[in-house]
Design a protein around this ligand. Sequence first.
Ligand code: SAH
Length: 220
Amino acid sequence: MTDLRLSGIGMTSARTRDRLVQRLREQGIANLAVLERIRNVPRHIFVDEALGSRAYEDTALPIGYGQTISQPYIVARMTEALFEAGAADSVLEVGTGCGYQTAVLAPLVARLYTIERIEPLLARARERLKELGVRNVRFRHGDGTLGWRAHAPFDGILVAAAPLTVPEALVKQLRVGGRLVVPVGPEGEQELVRFTRREQAVQRESLGAVAFVPLLGGTA
Ligand code: SAH
């Protein structure tokens, strides 16, 4: 990847990004730190060059292997949902994909752990984040349904693919007060849910209807 691509021309202009941020504000994203990240992360480097001109549209785009880069609104919404109660120290992301959500999240937390089941996607994400100078991320090729026990408990867990039911391991790896933001349900009927772990119980809030690729078991 060339410096030219990173520094950006045309489609990456400040105005194009401002428009995206303005649109997200109108849709109800209010957290300024999150909006700043959406403005600053060069989304065009996470998609194929042929799709670069569409990178600042608020839409999901293909990233290969049947997967998609998440829509900026959804990335912003999920990140905001994780932080509403304040800062998070250590966060687990399941479904690295192209690494866009990872790049948005990383500077907002002390330590970010990310798991992806498709190895070539993980390898590319790792390269891109290195290029962007992001250093507080640990990557793992594996099945995120199981979480990442060695680094648990987490203040927050964000899942970028939809399981039919919430994986038990993820709830267990939350610290008391920690939050799990996850799309749940079959295709066409998914809702974004936030679970907050309490001393004796787990609180569940629905954050509305969403459309994600399925969370699959095993690795590829
Ligand atoms: N936020 C990512 C979204 C990628 S799509 C981005 O912006 O690019 C969801 C990703 O979850 C896909 O890459 C898919 O391979 C991955 N995934 C699905 N099931 C998984 C599992 N059990 N463990 C880890 N990753 C998984």
